[in-house]
Ligand binder design. Structure first.
Ligand code: FES
Length: 70
């Protein structure tokens, strides 16, 4: 699956850059010798970076107080 259509970066390309130490979308582009074009891929890249840091891939909704205390 393509993450960045402008630069032809697939999911494994982004993960490869993250594994090599990329911490920002700009560093992911640089790892592959390209740069941001439209920038629409940056939210997905940020989500993948967050996931690599041990967070969740998708933003989670804030639990309602009733569910949070259950
Ligand atoms: S989709 Fe990545 S820069 Fe456009």
């Amino acid at each position: 699956m393509y993450v960045c259509n402008c630069n032809g970066l697939r999911e494994h390309c982004v993960r490869q850059a993250i594994a090599a130490g990329a911490e920002t979308p700009q560093q992911i582009y640089a790892h592959h010798g390209c740069q941001a074009q439209c920038g629409q891929c940056q939210p997905d890249m940020l989500a993948m970076l967050r996931q690599a840091e041990g967070g969740t891939f998708w933003p989670t909704a804030t639990p309602t107080p009733a569910l949070a205390s259950a």
